[in-house]
Design a protein around this ligand. Sequence first.
Ligand code: ATP
Ligand code: MG
Length: 554
Amino acid sequence: MEDSLNFIEQIVEKDLENGKNEKRVHTRFPPEPNGYLHIGHAKSICLNFGLAQQYGGKTNLRFDDTNPVKEDVEYVDAIKKDVKWLGFDWEEREFYSSDYFQQLYDWAIILIKKGLAYVDDSTLEEMRAMRGVPTEPGTESPFRTRTVEENLELFEGMKNGDFDEGSRVLRANIDMTSPNMHMRDPVLYRILKTDHHRTGDAWCIYPMYDFAHGLSDSLEKITHSICTLEFEVHRPLYDWLLEKLEIFHPQQIEFARLNLNYTIMSKRKLLQLVEGEHVKGWDDPRMPTISGMRRRGYPAEAIRNFAKRIGVAKRENIIDIALLEFSVREVLNKTTARVMAVLDPLKVTISNYPEGKVEEMESINNPEDPEGGSRMMPFSREIYIERGDFLEDAPRKFFRLSPGKMVRLKSAYIIQCDDVVKDAEGNVVELICSYVENSRSGSDESGLKVKGTIHWVSVEQALEVEVRNYDRLFNDENPDGHKNEGKTFLDYLNPDSLAVATAMVEPSLKAAKAGDQVQFMRKGYYCVDPDSAEGAPIFNMTVGLRDSWAKKKK
Ligand code: ATP
Ligand code: MG
């Protein structure tokens, strides 16, 4: 993909040209470990690690763990696994904002000494009222004029646990009349008497994100601090802190976050899906999480290609999830073996085929892959075909099986339907067919022209497996966009997003292991779920062969 430079690449190249930062490119991916990563994070990961790769730079993995209330080591581990799986390496540069707590505290003291920060005893409500609204200036807190000595003493008291949670905060002394609300004396530290997953009970004051983030960037000598657009209004504060502390100054650059239709992308809301048991966990294959997509069989390469395809923009937009699915199909088409699986079986008895005879039929694994090889499939007198491949009253253009008509069995023989067996209610329960002996695939001498080819499996050797078919988790394009109607995303959950079924598959799949991926011919891409027991694979539907949803919508 030879494209013109995106706006971030342009900034980086200009900086390199100007010799800025000793021509270093150093980015970071800074997740808060309060949930599992989602596809939006994948975009950010690809962007940050991709830029560094492109310009011979480095990328840090930094856990922005400044809020002990919501954070957990389970999330730290999951995040590391996901970034690695996506194909990126932070080498030894695994950092935690919590490792900087002492340094951050020392910097807060410097701000206090410079008269640039003060301890405020106002209640939350009072502070909110004094902040004002964007069109009107706020009012200064009565505690704003405290002396440096008093502030130092109170801040130390906060640190030592002398005061109750919520009774005091440390604020920056900036400008209560600023049109930018983030500059109206933002809170830098609050009291939280909660243990931290890394620092234990060492601290009972914790820095706010805006304070910790830029200073952590500076400590790590990050050159380009890339974040999503909502942080644009935080940039003046980011710059103010670095300037006042006179420390290394990374450049914050904002880009439009990834928005996808038919899904939600907020860890807080994804947590609600998990806790409310609307899904089976963070890695449920219906989840827009990286772990869910991995379990569903989305290849890391497909996610990287998707991230490249959508590019980086400065304006918010909504990407069609079909583009992600396209990227998945594109990779799987090249890499997966085609196998036969009958999802809705109809028995066929081939009356002129000898009883007890079994022939091994060669079937090509992947026509897209010259090195894909082939495998053998047993063929016998009794087979299953897809119920949908037979129609009793078939229209003229139906090229599959119907009474008196012929069809080719993929990699095997041509058969003709001679008779239809029905149960008492008139349902078709079996077909009686005959095969054309000299029509075997690869050595067909029948001279017959048969238009349709269908898949099949031999009854005796077939393996019965569980198949989990998935549909969209939400049945609305913008599940979170109905607040005006008093609805939440939970009101738009698709009750049919999971359909568990059984299928009869070819015996070669008995050896399939968790994570293996195949194409069920004419059906879709499937992947073996980690829940599978040895010899009994459970298949997750990854994605259909084409965009069936596009048709459904109309
Ligand atoms: P969430 O609201 O889902 O929790 P977040 O932005 O609070 O997302 P963080 O853990 O703080 O989550 O994000 C880590 C990085 O991923 C940040 O740099 C953030 O900008 C980026 N990021 C988060 N969501 C998206 C998205 N939808 N598109 C692109 N980047 C994203
Ligand atoms: Mg967040």
